[in-house]
Design a binder for this molecule. Sequence first.
Ligand code: ADP
Length: 387
Amino acid sequence: MNTLVDFFSKLFDTSDWPPRWYCGNWTDFHGWLYLFSDLTIWAAYMAIPLVLIRFIIVKKGVPLIRVFWLFGAFILLCGFTHLLDATMFYWPAYRFNAVIRFLTGVVSIATVIALIRYFDEAVGLRTSQEYNMELRIRQQVEQELRRSNEELQQFAYVASHDLQSPLKTIENYLKLFEAKYGEGLDENGHRIIDTTTAAAGRMRGLINDLLDFSRVGNSIEFETFQLDELVSEICDELQNDIAQTEATIDVPALPQLTAHRIDMKRLFQNLITNALKYHKPGVAPEVKLSFRDEAGLYLFSISDNGIGIEKTYFDRIFLIFQRLHGRGEYPGTGIGLATCKKIVEIYGGKIWVESTVGEGSTFYFTLPKMINPLRYYAQENQLHSVG
Ligand code: ADP
């Protein structure tokens, strides 16, 4: 302990040693070469941490930043030992020099440990070449995905569009057949015609829904409209269903929106129609719309007191053609919610459901307040019909 106290009390005391010039026989050349080299090394060692600090400041978010700082301290201290070596020619502070060397040793070992510890992580860091390569691959995959998506949309649009015309012919000829030969047909013959007409009607519904689905995102004609008016327009069109089921629809004051009006109408229409359709037998549907103004987006919800949905199907129902009920129970094509999801996501929002079987369902969706039309890509001019 005494040794330590004695040592540190004389930290800068130079009386025990002569300056290095007088220690041994230095020639001028030898001494100045020593001095010059040590000072050059010190200057270089000072510059490296400065460059590192500048790098850390300029390139924000540098990974493994602690290793950078340690490495900088290590270089700085190494440089300092060379500066002290040079000053010893005039100022023989051997105790202070020993302390600085000890500190340098500690920081050097800490740097080695840090380098070993973070070696795997450092190996995992991408070089700019690797990063560019990854970016190129990603861009190629995105391009391919976009192309196949557009092709698929084009196929859905063309197929559904062109199927309409032969379907119309089938329906018309069935009507003609019944009008012309109906009197001569027995009960079985009439049933066959009725079944075929109903099937053609279902196919028309499916084709129309598929067309609606493929049309989402086709037009960039945005307009500003009052959502209240749009919802009351939908309710007017659903008057028959509302009257038949004795439903009540509760609509709060809704905001103004700038978007493609037809998309918004499809979105609200599908959700309100489902809320009316999937009601419990003998129970009048109670449908409630609500909306919340949240930072940067609107959160809408449409809830009902209907049959509800099992939790396992919460995701599946948003996939195209996924239905939880047979046609005999509830009519439908299984395209409505897929269309809603496509609309909401193309606008940059999210859609999800919460439901309890036997109690009802609430469909939630978000829409950004400021919809970016660039998300919205037009592809109408790429579509060609064969008919
Ligand atoms: P569709 O109604 O034509 O069958 P959707 O895509 O609109 O197709 O809905 C998919 C399925 O999700 C429906 O078949 C139904 O089983 C379920 N579903 C949708 N909305 C509701 C709702 N409000 N309550 C209960 N089930 C619903």
